[in-house]
Design a protein around this ligand. Structure first.
Ligand code: BGC
Length: 246
């Protein structure tokens, strides 16, 4: 079964058809920069462009970097504020004339990792934490997702954790790996004190360089890098849209 997966981020919108039985992308991803400002109509136009590029008229799964409940966005930390209260799912379906499922980007990455990546077969309490422009979180217990957890906005030292420890902060402040690891340790140890997960899976683009910072992190729970790297969002979005077909 093939589903078009689309991953909407603050800087790029990427898509590819995915074979949801194997988790493999069937072609190279197609990427278009995120319009600035990232207003709903402009972003929906890009989603439509991506569907057109693949001549798509089947189901589409789409990630979004915010709280998404029943297709409606309820936050907008790293996208235009007009998204709050918008039914993105309806908007994308109208533009593409395809059935669409929209879900949080970290939840999508988590679904992909649990099915085909680092979390395969893990039945305990698993936290997938994505380090990028923001910090995203997905929690699984016995393989079941608790959606929209938003742990990037947990307060650390009176600030949103993602304003202290995201990969963007590392780059913007020119932190070296040790300095960044200090901030990450504070964050992960706080998560551990509150939730006692069995496993942390660390995702986001920077997880490709996990050997630089994962060895510097200390948690009781095991900590491993994500495996699907940049494809996790696309694959997870497609997996989440399986419900449109079954
Ligand atoms: C958003 C989350 C998102 C994360 C990663 C945060 O700022 O609030 O919804 O999952 O960034 O993109």
């Amino acid at each position: 079964m093939e589903i078009l997966g689309i991953d909407i981020g603050g800087s790029g919108i990427k898509g590819a058809p995915v074979d949801v039985t194997t988790g493999q992308m069937l072609t190279e991803r197609y990427r278009i920069p995120t319009p600035q400002p990232s207003k709903p109509n402009a972003v929906a136009e890009v989603v439509h462009e991506i569907a057109k590029h693949f001549n798509w008229n089947g189901p589409i799964g789409c990630t979004f970097p915010s709280i998404v409940k029943n297709g409606v966005m309820y936050s907008a930390a790293n996208v235009d504020g007009d998204w709050v209260g918008t039914n993105g799912q309806k908007l994308f379906a109208k533009k593409t004339r395809c059935p669409v499922v929209v879900l949080n980007d970290a939840d999508a990455a988590g679904i992909a990792e649990m099915e085909f990546g680092a979390g395969k077969g893990q039945m305990g309490v698993v936290f997938i934490i994505t380090l990028g422009t923001g910090i995203g979180s997905a929690i699984f217990n016995k393989g079941v997702l608790l959606p929209n957890t938003e742990l990037g906005h947990m307060e650390v030292r009176g600030k949103d954790a993602e304003h202290r420890a995201s990969d963007r902060v590392r780059k913007d402040k020119g932190l070296d790996w040790e300095e960044w690891a200090d901030r990450l340790n504070e964050y992960f140890q706080r998560l551990e004190a509150l939730f006692s997960p069995d496993l942390f899976i660390v995702g986001g683009g920077v997880s490709a360089k996990s050997e630089k910072f994962l060895p510097l992190l200390n948690t009781r729970a095991e900590m491993i890098p994500a495996q699907l790297l940049n494809d996790a969002g696309i694959v997870g979005a497609a997996l989440a849209a399986k419900s449109l077909v079954n």
